[in-house]
Write a protein that binds this ligand. Structure first.
Ligand SMILES: Nc1nc2c(c(=O)[nH]1)N[C@H]1C(S)=C(S)[C@@H](COP(=O)(O)OP(=O)(O)OC[C@H]3O[C@@H](n4cnc5c(=O)[nH]c(N)nc54)[C@H](O)[C@@H]3O)O[C@H]1N2
Ligand SMILES: Nc1nc2c(c(=O)[nH]1)N[C@H]1C(S)=C(S)[C@@H](COP(=O)(O)OP(=O)(O)OC[C@H]3O[C@@H](n4cnc5c(=O)[nH]c(N)nc54)[C@H](O)[C@@H]3O)O[C@H]1N2
Ligand SMILES: [Mo]
Length: 769
């Protein structure tokens, strides 16, 4: 594949458009694109990372696997050097191994859930490529759900309806600007997170929409341990409950509404079921504890008077309750979701302009400002003959305890016996919790294959590593899952070294397995792109939209499609006529009590919202490790992607990830701003750089995700040198209902690191034999 002769100078990524600067056939910089009023600074990572020392340039095989063949690795994965090989050697050995695993154990022994964001681009989407290839040769065990909002995906269909509809149909911020008076944001609305939208975006809109709300006098309350979770232009009041206690706070608000007769009985009667069960629980009739504002203060630390005043204000104003996705990425993460719905139901404003609730503002750049009117053409994945799957956050359990039984959304299931693991477009050594346990789990399979363009920690823990072309090195078109822009994305430069597109790799591999025709259907990349675009043109025509042909599209700028519902109010149709527009729940109404969930008999997710303190508080761990660790999304990168790029590096302290700590906690530990510190608990330890700030609540430390995991296997607990929070988080799940990840419920202790700190090795290539 050669670079376009006359590249329209544009690149499209999950964080939006960029204006590339090319010099001598090399990408030297990606600048803000003039079409985007609020361009993302993440473009500043691209050139440095794609041209960085960690770039995978040639196929590589772990030395022990190359010499001795497949088998459990007993600590060698992530430790042993690699040998660089040519493509024929890599693909011959991989095809042979695929044949062996399929013959000996069947395709049900291949795990290719391959969870992760990969990169934008409709055709080169890595998971689609991998799944299409594996489906052509007998299938694979997949994963279900995600790390973003798994509890919402499983819980909300029982309570209100599909969570993805919540996100797409979220009440528009423009509607709040016109009709809203108060927005109470549990988990805030961090602007840093609104840089990205899954699949890409044309322009960033949230900044402008929030400014309009502020200009119209809407009042914002930021309920979060981080002051910066609200844009300063909002002038938000800051309330900082202890992490993991929002449910108690919400219950204190709810019980105040009920005690003072401020709840909307007519709404509850007409639109919900189960209010009496919840009211009985809040009144203390179930466990003897009334969930009053005073009780809430004892759990969450917010003064009772403040809770009572806020409840009254919420009842007196047009109020939007916003719940960040992070709150359900925690122990019992279903509860804040269910309680958000319950609290909004008590206020009775669901379905009214500017009021009700939203779960997921800030989860990407599109929620509340845009939706996609049509689904552009995609590369078909084919059919997977293997039905088996795991809930995505059970990957370590799967590898460590094959055959183990578990509960999931009313089912009793068993974990598969996996021999081969394949990841393309995700980084489990970024996204999964308790990385020391994952490291042990990754020794178990007989073969681990990873496709990536950088030597991530996951690539380092593989046996066979395949170098792929990055977005700027391949021709594609970009369209986000919720954005309205169709973006031509030309190949700007050639892939370095021997890197190839995944389509080329899988075509050649399929050839070795007698499945080339099944995989390619006789088409090359450009044929597929034209085919996918032709289907997009056809779908658009069905909406009365005329799109140019492929050639003219690729030579043009992004095309913006109309917003299907510019003044959307979530659940307004249901509110207008609940009989004609029932919810897809068993009762057709909002289920504040769910017979279905109650029938599952889960003590960790009973039939209505309940308060349960985080595991670490309940079991006393928090007394030994007194700081609550939050690990939110990083401002300077997308997850772990391009951590070795210039913008990400510019925010490090002594080359390490910054950890935010309150001045009182810093003083108590003898820590000064800029010190190298060590965070530790029973699961692991890591170094980080201290950032002392009163913009974080006392008792909480905040270490952003995404610093490439950099374990030193010779240190106790294989201490991570770089600052990856997932060495400290547990990988227990939210509950038996949804088995979602619960990363936000971790407790740690901190100390200053004295003496010389070890060099960070994560951005260097691994050792080659
Ligand atoms: N502690 C803690 N952990 C968390 C979270 C948290 O809040 N706290 N958040 C969680 C959330 S919400 C998420 S979504 C996950 C994110 O977890 P991931 O999505 O796994 O993280 P990424 O860093 O985006 O990983 C994508 C990988 O794909 C690679 N890649 C990009 N393009 C291509 C391509 O074309 N082909 C191939 N083969 N590879 C490509 C990138 O280089 C990168 O290594 O993390 C989760 N982990
Ligand atoms: N720049 C950038 N943007 C991103 C991403 C990225 O990697 N980089 N990732 C994207 C992805 S995949 C996702 S899923 C979304 C995630 O979107 P969110 O889940 O909304 O983001 P987080 O940063 O995990 O959490 C938001 C805030 O919740 C607060 N919080 C955490 N725990 C608690 C708690 O117990 N109580 C209260 N009241 N507040 C709490 C934290 O202060 C944190 O800043 O972000 C997306 N946006
Ligand atoms: Mo996510």
């Amino acid at each position: 594949m050669s670079p376009d002769p006359d590249p329209a100078l544009r690149t499209g990524n999950h964080w939006g458009l960029g204006r590339p600067v090319l010099r001598d056939g090399r990408l030297v910089e990606v600048r803000p694109h003039p079409a985007d009023p609020w361009p993302s600074a993440l473009n500043g990572n691209i050139a440095g990372s794609l041209g960085g020392r960690a770039r995978i340039l040639r196929p590589a095989i772990r030395v022990g696997w190359l010499e001795n063949g497949p088998g459990p690795a007993d600590g060698a994965r992530g430790r042993e050097p690699f040998v660089e090989v040519d493509w024929d050697t890599a693909l011959d050995r991989l095809a042979e191994e695929l044949g062996r695993v399929r013959a000996a154990h069947g395709n049900g022994a291949i795990y290719a859930g391959s969870y992760g964001w990969g990169s934008a681009g409709r055709f080169h989407h890595p998971q689609t490529q991998l799944k299409r290839f594996l489906n052509a040769v007998g299938g694979f065990v997949r994963s279900e759900g995600n790390y973003s909002y798994n509890a919402a995906l499983v819980l909300l269909p029982h309570v209100v309806g599909n969570y993805r509809d919540h996100v797409k149909q979220a009440t528009r911020l423009s509607n709040i600007a016109r009709h809203g008076e108060l927005v109470v944001m549990f988990g805030g609305f961090p602007l840093r997170n609104t840089q990205v939208s899954d699949g890409g975006l044309g322009r960033h809109r949230i900044q402008g929409a929030l400014r309009d709300c502020a200009a119209n006098g809407v009042r914002f309350v930021n309920v979060s341990p981080l002051k910066g979770d609200a844009d300063p232009v909002l002038n938000a009041e800051w309330i900082a409950p202890r992490p993991g206690t929002d449910v108690a706070l919400m219950m204190g608000l709810a019980q105040t509404l009920i005690a003072e007769g401020l709840h909307d009985r007519a709404f509850l009667d007409r639109y919900t079921v189960g209010f009496d069960r919840v009211a009985a629980y809040l009144a203390g009739q179930v466990d003897g504890v009334a969930k009053t504002a005073d009780w809430a203060e004892s759990q969450c630390g917010v003064p009772a008077d403040r809770i009572r005043d806020l409840a009254r204000e919420m009842a007196g104003k047009r109020t939007m309750i916003s719940c960040a996705a992070a709150l359900q990425r925690a122990d019992w993460g279903e509860q804040p979701l269910w309680m958000t719905v319950a609290l909004a139901a008590l206020l009775g404003q669901i379905g009214l302009p500017g009021g009700g609730y939203t779960i997921g503002y800030g989860v990407n750049a599109s929620v509340g400002v845009m939706d996609r009117i049509l689904r552009p053409g995609a590369l078909p994945q084919g059919e997977n003959p293997i039905a088996d799957y795991i809930p995505v956050a059970m990957v370590s359990d799967m590898l460590l305890t094959p055959g183990g039984a578990y509960d999931y959304n009313g089912e009793r299931r068993r974990l598969p016996d996996i021999r081969m693991v394949w990841w393309a477009g995700g980084n489990p050594f970024h996204h999964h919790q308790n990385l020391n346990r994952l490291r042990a789990a990754f020794q178990r399979p007989e073969t681990v294959v990873v496709n990536d363009f950088n030597w991530t920690a996951t690539a380092r823990h593989a046996d066979i590593v395949l170098p792929v072309a990055a977005p700027e090195e391949r021709r594609d078109f970009v369209c986000g899952k919720q954005d309205n822009a169709l973006i031509p994305s030309p190949a700007l430069v050639a892939p370095p070294g021997q890197a190839r597109t995944e389509y080329e790799i899988f075509s050649d591999l399929a050839d070795r397995l007698g499945a080339r025709d099944a995989f390619t259907e006789g088409r090359g990349e450009e044929d597929w792109l034209r085919d996918m675009w032709a289907r997009t043109v056809q779908t658009a025509a069905g909406h009365g939209i005329a799109l140019p042909d492929w050639g003219r599209f690729m030579a043009s700028g992004p095309i913006e499609l109309p917003d299907p519902a510019p003044d959307r109010v979530f659940l307004s149709e249901f509110r207008a006529d609940p009989d004609a527009n029932p919810l897809p729940t068993p009762s057709g109404k909002i289920e504040l009590y769910s017979e279905v969930i109650a029938g599952f008999g889960y003590d960790d997710c009973p039939g209505h919202p309940v308060w349960m303190p985080p595991r670490g508080v309940a079991d006393g761990t928090a007394r030994r490790f007194p700081l609550a660790l939050l690990s939110g999304q990083p401002e300077a990168r997308l997850h772990s992607q391009m951590d070795n790029g210039g913008y990400s590096l510019s925010q490090k302290i002594a080359g390490r990830e910054p950890v935010l700590i309150h001045p009182a906690d810093a003083a108590a530990h003898g820590i000064a701003d800029g010190d190298v510190v060590e965070l530790f608990n029973d699961r692991g330890r890591c170094l980080a750089g201290a950032r002392v700030t009163d913009a974080i609540a006392p008792g909480v430390v905040f270490l952003r995700t995404g610093a490439w995991y950099d374990p030193d296997p010779d240190d106790p607990q294989a201490r991570d040198r770089h600052g990856n929070p997932n060495v400290l988080t547990h990988d227990l799940r939210t509950s038996r209902l949804s088995q979602g990840p619960a990363a936000q419920s971790a407790f740690v202790e901190i100390r200053r690191h004295d003496g010389p700190a070890p060099a960070v090795m994560a951005h260097e290539p691994p050792a080659f034999a």
